[in-house]
Design a protein around this ligand. Sequence first.
Ligand code: FES
Length: 207
Amino acid sequence: MAAKNISITVKIWRQANETAKGCLETYALKEISTDMSFLEMLDVLNEQLTLAGKDPVVFDHDCREGICGMCGAVVDGIAHGPERGTTLCQLHMRHFKDGQVICIEPFRAKAFPLVRDLMVDRSAFDRIIQAGGFVSMNTGSAPDANTVSVPQQQAEQAMDAAACIGCGACVASCPNAAAMLFTSAKISQLPLCPKGDLNGNVGPCPW
Ligand code: FES
């Protein structure tokens, strides 16, 4: 589909910190290419805000390739926006219409305290991981590059469960803000990965 430019209006949640009062602020954007990703559209907005001497919108992102799980916001009431199986960084502006008004809010869950604007603290996920496992380090020489720590089929099963990239959209979408999807994905993934025993030997998890 050939790219075209659209004009949109975005209503974005602005909040200076966890305890400050927040509100939706409205911004008009012109000449947004339909080839842009949603985050690139926010980059354009932030450039405009910065040039106008205003604070840019704070939002999480890292890989912008749909693999790291860092990005995320609620777009028109849906975590990561309207496209199924698509992270915010992989959502493209071609899915929006010229003249559309788009509402953008942070993931809302008590376990994800708001840091600023669209950025939330998802370290609760780190604590879930920390609570359920251990790491042992064999500080000897590096293992052979062709060492097979776990059988191939087991590694593939772990990779299937690793499809959960820990973005937190399940928490933001759940009426109870539960992290059961994330937790079950990690319980399925991590025990299949190589684990060290207390003697420093690395092999399949003994659980
Ligand atoms: S920025 Fe990495 S998944 Fe979106």
